[in-house]
Ligand binder design. Structure first.
Ligand code: 5AD
Ligand code: SF4
Length: 440
């Protein structure tokens, strides 16, 4: 019986959530999920197309998998996710070792398509759907503390640089009831943190129930389970959502709010549909409604026509907002997007230089913000051993900062503790245990 599946996941959290969905579908069809590539009958790569370097990683991984295919030609190799959707049949034509190509809306057909591949043919499923949400499928998750729940799929924003609307299709929401039920089940299994995922969660809509309604319904399931969410678009982040975060102690005071650029001219070319003035007002309002809220962002350097002035405006907004963290990228042209038709006219060295300046500034800001926390007491959810030593625990604050502290008796994974911060770098806070907290 050919039933051992091994999956590697690349890219965003949405892909990690999709991998659990795929595992759920395959598990229901008699497959066993293996963590070991050796001896796997099926090797699947869940892929990302958002930037060219993400795709290059998969190409080199496939070259590496050739060795396995040569040794055991009966092994089925499949590509899932955004690259499958974008490149479709050409993946099979160019990479002889690929047997199965399945896009994000066709995972239900995987068992059937794998059967086709076991029969020696190629299995392809790349249709996008306006309705598929996999609402009825239970993701296959290992026990743990943190779980991702995808609450909606697709994106209708069409930022001009972004391939996602083409690889993941139109926006559609799962039902509120099924998501709340999933949170309940996760809480019963001992999960302590749930992240609600969507490309643009603010446009969540289940028959009139919006994202704030969904967050509130998830938060009351179990107050000892933290609720996080990502990603919010600055255009339609509502006051109701801000008040919902403020009113619910277990909805984390942390908002990922991609700005992409500090220049209104570039934002217009990106079709981001907000101005810097609007964005800064939103940040101010959020800080008033949710005291102590922290922000992270996404920034792209070197979008077509970006001048030195535009770049300085990006550095300027970083200084004005003072983000706790940022994901920072060089612009990468993606075929099929509107920006692909604009000339990619910022030379690569200039993109890199600007990106480095952005990264350096963010490190300075993160470092400064973290220094101000020395001497304060922070509530931390203990997640496990620190990366560097098993004599230390690591966990996170509700504002998503990593905190490392020496282990103490009677404290373990999943506990909430108060830690007094005594040292900080740009990435990590260090401190001493104060006490353990019970949250009901
Ligand atoms: N080039 C560089 N960065 C991109 N992103 C999306 N598309 C591109 C691209 N073509 C970034 C955006 C987005 C994040 C998920 O990835 O900043 O918010
Ligand atoms: Fe891409 Fe923009 Fe949609 Fe985000 S909001 S997935 S950047 S199109």
């Amino acid at each position: 019986m050919k039933n051992k599946i091994y999956i590697e996941t690349y890219g965003c959290q949405m892909n990690f959530a999709d991998t659990e969905l795929v595992q759920g579908i395959l598990h229901n069809n008699g497959y066993t999920i293996s963590k070991d590539i050796d001896g796997a009958d099926v090797i699947l790569l869940n892929t990302c197309s958002v930037r060219d370097n993400a795709e290059q990683k998969i190409h080199s991984r496939l070259d590496h998998l050739k060795g396995i295919k040569n040794k055991r030609p009966e092994t089925v190799i499949g590509i899932l996710g955004c690259m499958a959707e974008r490149l479709r049949k050409s993946l099979i034509e160019e990479k002889k070792i690929v047997d199965v190509v399945v896009g994000p809306d066709e995972y239900r057909r995987l068992p059937e398509l794998l059967d086709v591949a076991f029969g020696g043919e190629k299995g392809i499923g790349v249709k996008l759907s306006r309705t598929e949400t996999y609402d009825d499928i239970a993701p296959y998750r290992e026990d743990g503390l943190n779980a991702w729940i995808s609450v909606m799929r697709g994106c209708d924003k069409f930022c001009t640089f972004c391939v996602v609307p083409f690889t993941r299709g139109r926006e559609r929401s799962r039902s509120l009831d099924s998501i709340v039920l999933e949170v309940k089940q996760l809480s019963e299994r001992g999960f302590k943190e749930v992240t609600l995922l969507g490309q643009n969660v603010n446009s969540y809509n289940d028959n009139g129930k919006d994202f704030a309604d969904l967050l509130a319904s998830c938060a009351i399931v179990d107050r000892s389970v933290r609720i996080r969410f990502t990603t919010s678009h600055p255009q339609d982040l509502s006051d109701k959502l801000l008040y919902t975060i403020a009113e619910n102690p277990n909805i984390c005071n942390y908002i990922h709010l991609p700005v992409q650029s500090g220049s209104d001219r570039i934002l217009r070319l990106m079709n981001r549909t907000y101005t810097i003035e609007h964005y800064l007002n939103l940040i101010d309002k959020a800080r008033k409604i949710i005291p102590g809220v922290s922000f992270s962002t996404d920034i792209i350097s070197g979008f077509p026509t970006e001048t030195m002035e535009d770049h300085l405006m990006t550095l300027d907004i970083m200084q004005k907002v003072r983000y706790d963290g940022a994901y920072m990228f060089k612009y990468s042209p993606r075929e099929g997007t509107k920006a692909y038709n604009m000339k990619d006219d910022v030379p690569d060295e200039v993109k890199s230089k600007r990106l480095n300046e952005i990264i350096e500034l963010q490190q300075t800001i993160s470092h400064e913000i973290n220094q101000t926390l020395i001497g304060t007491e922070e509530i931390v959810l203990v997640e496990g051993n620190s990366k560097k030593s098993d004599k230390f625990f690591a966990g996170r604050t509700d504002t998503n900062k990593v905190v490392v502290f020496p282990k103490v008796d009677n404290v373990g994974e999943g506990d909430y503790v108060t830690i007094k911060i005594n040292r900080a770098t740009s990435a990590t806070l260090f401190g001493e245990f104060v006490d353990k907290i019970n949250i009901f």
